[in-house]
Design a protein around this ligand. Structure first.
Ligand SMILES: [Fe+2]
Length: 389
């Protein structure tokens, strides 16, 4: 049998080991244009819709690049399997269809151990479908999470496999671009949910309010987690300093760019706050490792395919931003990069504050797609798209 089902993890592994293959997406052009499989490396990606395969089978089969393994992606799973069967009938071999469809790619989390060989473990969980990251900190048999995404079972399984249990789950801010996992994780595991009152005051959630400059610990000796309020992207945006070496910056500082302070409709006030927060962050040691909540593209990844850099590096690659010396000019910069935010963000915020509940299918749909949290990169891309069209 040359047809088989493969997982999103297997697809990620194949892409990152540069397997010579064809990824065939059989969704329609609009859905494909909105959200598709991406890789740190070039790969062959074809889009031929399932409907076309049904109507003009021979023509579609002729378009598929032959003599390479084919990995088919569709919305759910069924149409990829259907196309796999057609290709098999036409003599193609080594044909896989993605289990769970594009949603399983969208929910995929890839753990990278950031500090091998040390007494505690710090993991970056990359979500390639969202260009976002969450973090896990393990010391002995205890585990803390920072900005977990909606795929709560993944984190609980991960903890179990690493023989530890979740004791605390932190949010850097009230997320607008994806459905956060802390509430569900805390309900499922009994872990304490810690969040900033300046974002979560109206939320229908049982949480422990974070205190500015407070230190959070493991019950046994382990790395300290210090909480620093860094408002601006949102009023409750928080940075966590781990072991005086790592800085989980949420959507305040990215490798390229900084977080947008215009998502709450109060750009003047929030821009001032963000400017003050950046002044606070700038004075930390230059070798502090920045762990951002998002990335703009795979170009930012290091040779281990993790999204980390030193504070000095991010300040150097964004020197125009960090060189701004007053709030008025900073606001000018922010305003010149402003753009509309996706309509779903308002609903996602309400879901994350538990002020609105939606069915699982709707949650999946809202949660899929790239983030729009950075102040510059997307604006630049949009501009170049406008000028070239
Ligand atoms: Fe955000």
């Amino acid at each position: 049998m040359s047809i088989f089902k493969y997982t999103a993890t297997e697809l990620y592994d194949a892409l990152t080991t540069k397997k010579d293959m064809v990824v065939l997406d059989v969704r329609n052009k609009v859905d494909f244009g909105r959200f598709k499989v991406e890789s740190p490396y070039p790969f062959i990606l074809q889009n031929i819709s399932y409907f076309d395969f049904m109507e003009i089978e021979d023509e579609c089969v002729a378009k598929v690049i032959k003599d390479k393994p084919v990995r088919i992606v569709c919305a759910q799973e069924g149409s990829a399997k259907y196309v796999a069967e057609i290709l098999e009938q036409h003599g193609l071999q080594d044909i896989g269809y993605l289990a769970g469809g594009i949603k399983s790619w969208g929910n995929l989390l890839v753990p990278v151990l950031l500090n091998p060989g040390e007494s505690y473990k710090l993991f970056q969980f990359i979500r390639p479908g969202k260009a976002s990251t969450s973090y896990g900190l393990q010391s002995g048999d205890e585990f803390m999470l920072f900005d977990p995404s909606r795929n709560s079972d993944f984190y609980l399984d991960f903890a179990e496999k690493n023989t530890c249990r979740l004791i605390k789950t932190f949010e850097t801010h009230l997320q607008a671009d994806y459905i956060a996992g802390s509430r569900t994780l805390s309900e499922k595991s009994g872990a304490t949910f810690l969040a900033n009152e300046n974002d979560f005051a109206g939320a229908r959630i049982k949480y422990t309010p974070l205190q500015d400059e407070a230190i959070y610990k493991f019950s046994q000796p382990g790395p300290a987690v210090q909480c620093i309020f860094t408002p601006g992207h949102t009023p409750g945006s928080t940075t966590f300093i781990i072991d005086d070496r790592y800085m989980i910056t949420g959507d305040t500082v990215f490798i390229h760019s900084i977080g947008r302070p215009d998502l709450g409709g109060q750009v003047e006030a929030w821009s001032d706050k963000l400017f003050e927060s950046l002044q606070k962050i700038k004075i930390y040691p230059a070798d502090m490792i920045v762990l951002p909540g998002h990335y703009m593209s795979w170009e930012e990844a290091n040779d281990r395919l993790a999204f980390v850099c030193t504070l000095a590096e991010t300040m150097a690659s964004n020197k125009d931003i960090y060189a701004i010396e007053d709030k008025a000019r900073f606001l000018d910069f922010i305003k010149s990069n402003m753009r509309k935010q996706p309509d779903e963000y308002a609903i996602i915020r309400r879901i994350n504050a538990n002020l609105q509940q939606v069915e699982d299918d709707k949650a999946e749909e809202l949660d899929l797609g790239k983030n729009e949290c950075a102040a510059t990169a997307y604006a630049a891309k949009q501009k170049s798209a406008e000028t070239s069209s």
